[in-house]
Design a protein around this ligand. Structure first.
Ligand SMILES: Cc1cc2nc3c(=O)[nH]c(=O)nc-3n(C[C@H](O)[C@H](O)[C@H](O)COP(=O)(O)OP(=O)(O)OC[C@H]3O[C@@H](n4cnc5c(N)ncnc54)[C@H](O)[C@@H]3O)c2cc1C
Length: 465
């Protein structure tokens, strides 16, 4: 470990109480083991560290913003490891408006990338509630999704090239801004979504987009997820690919947000069972088109009522309700937070089947379902019965969190879905992957890992055991 300190200097190493935040999980569900945290500043330093670790069998856990929710960035399995934080590699290397490309280092915080793109009158459309802390390296390592996937795709769809340090210490320099480049296996896509198990992403070429002249936000009261699907269908027909995102929120969930954050206002005077938060963006006049399409939905009986944001401040206020949902779930005592996806047409069955599966595990459990309905990705957050604390409940019912997660997985798979939509596998879902993936898929995943990281130094215990 002294040799590693020699590469970056003592000031760029943390341990003990100084490093405590690197061992925490954003939901408070796991605590990592104490280990050395190293903060390199350049790709050359990362390469030197990796070479040293590979020669000495020291495991490396790459770390971005620490907002991952499947324990991929935590040292749960052994303290014979280092955490390699990319936070000091946070420079934007270049922006090329003609190419619509920004080259950014892995430790750039997502919100700072948004701001840099805006300085060039462009935008980077990947966005999520953790945008103030998560890093582009972590976003790519997890192939993050977020709130604009409907129109712009996942992190993978917004990355043109990658620079990465491979387990041997070699630097893969694939930062080309080309849109067309069919020259063998696409190593960029192998590294994206690999959760730090194949290499360390040190920089990326990101695809920028022109800014939309008009952005429209609407909050709708609806009766059921089935009506949400009808509304989605109608809007996609009317608005086409100018639909940025569509988020489903339950009346129960909006109530939790307003209870835990009393300064936030519910958009309607009365309460409703379900809500939709809708974003469209595009040409001038889109607001009128969106309003007309929603009026049509009201006429057809899919939508009960609509609030259209009249200003940027109102837009933010509506999105704040959605963005405070994860924290409200946490404060309410969520002990299981799922991230599964089904084909979009199965959303209604997904919600009802999951709720039934959860209460079959234990009568009295409460579920807040919310999320990216436009992508078929609904998060189900499960709480103990009313007036029972999370810790008392978990103590009285050992293993219940796993049983609930498995019940949700089974309900998802019965509808042709995936057990991980956008958060990845990490350490939390490693056994779920092993249980539900086909034998042939597991064989190929292991062969790839063995070929690229034969000494298993890259994030061992994440994704694969
Ligand atoms: C409030 C909240 C809201 C969220 N909303 C969303 C959402 O809408 N959509 C979504 O997809 N996710 C969401 N997440 C999950 C999380 O923010 C994303 O997974 C994010 O992409 C993680 O980025 P990070 O920089 O924090 O990565 P970390 O948590 O530090 O790491 C995540 C994984 O990536 C690996 N890793 C990190 N950096 C690198 C690198 N440079 N090279 C190689 N591997 C690396 C780590 O080893 C780990 O396995 C949310 C989380 C929170 C707390």
């Amino acid at each position: 470990m002294n040799d590693i300190r020699g590469i970056v200097g003592d000031a760029a190493c943390r341990s003990g109480a100084d490093a405590a935040r690197y061992f925490e999980d954003p939901r408070g569900s796991f605590t990592g083991r104490d280990c050395l945290v190293v903060l390199p500043e350049t790709t050359a330093q990362v390469s030197q560290i990796v070479r040293l670790c590979n020669a000495n069998g020291i495991a490396i856990i790459p770390y971005g913003g620490g907002t991952g929710v499947v324990a991929g960035q935590l040292s749960l399995d052994s303290n014979d490891a280092i955490i390699l934080s990319l936070e000091r590699m946070n420079r934007v290397r270049s922006v090329s408006p003609d190419d619509f490309v920004m080259v950014a280092e892995a430790g750039c915080v997502l919100e700072n990338i948004h701001a840099e793109a805006e300085r060039h009158d462009l935008m980077f459309p990947l966005s999520m509630a953790s945008k103030g802390s998560c890093t582009i390296g972590g976003n790519l390592a997890t192939n993050a999704g977020g709130i604009q996937v409907l129109r712009h795709g996942n992190a993978r769809d917004l990355c043109l090239g990658i620079e990465a340090v491979m387990p041997s210490g070699e630097v893969l320099e694939e930062l080309s801004p080309l849109r067309k480049n069919n020259t063998g296996y696409d190593l960029r896509h192998l590294l994206i979504g690999s959760e730090g198990t194949l290499g360390i992403i040190t920089a990326a070429s990101l695809m920028l987009k022109p800014r939309d002249p008009e952005a429209v936000t609407a909050f709708c009261a609806i009766t059921s997820p089935a009506d949400a699907l009808r509304t989605l269908r109608a809007l996609r027909r009317a608005i086409g690919n100018r639909m940025n995102g569509m988020e489903l929120m339950s009346g129960f969930g909006v109530g939790l947000v307003c209870r835990h954050f009393p300064t936030l206002r519910k958009p309607f005077a009365g309460d409703h069972d379900w809500y939709l938060l809708i974003d469209t963006a595009g040409n001038r006049g889109l607001r009128d088109e969106t309003e007309a399409a929603l009026a049509d939905c009201i006429e057809q009986g899919f939508v009960i009522d609509v609030v259209m944001a009249e200003s940027e401040a109102q837009r933010d206020a509506l999105w704040t309700l959605r963005e405070h949902t994860p924290e409200a779930n946490h404060r309410t005592g969520a002990f299981c937070s799922s991230d599964t996806a089904v084909p979009i047409g199965q959303i209604d069955a997904f919600v009802s089947r999951t709720h039934a599966a959860v209460t079959a595990v234990h009568q009295g459990l409460r579920t807040n379902s919310y999320g990216h309905i436009g992508d078929g990705n609904i998060h189900h957050n499960v709480f103990p019965p009313e007036r029972t604390s999370k810790s008392d409940f978990l103590q009285a019912h050992p293993g219940i969190a796993n049983r609930v997660r498995e019940a949700i997985n089974e309900a998802t798979l019965s509808l042709g879905g995936s057990i991980s939509a956008e958060h990845g596998i990490g350490r939390l879902k490693r056994n779920d992957l092993k249980k539900h993936a086909s034998a042939s898929k597991m064989t190929v995943l292991r062969q790839i890992k063995q070929a690229i990281d034969p000494n298993n130094i890259m994030n061992p215990g994440a994704l694969l055991d």
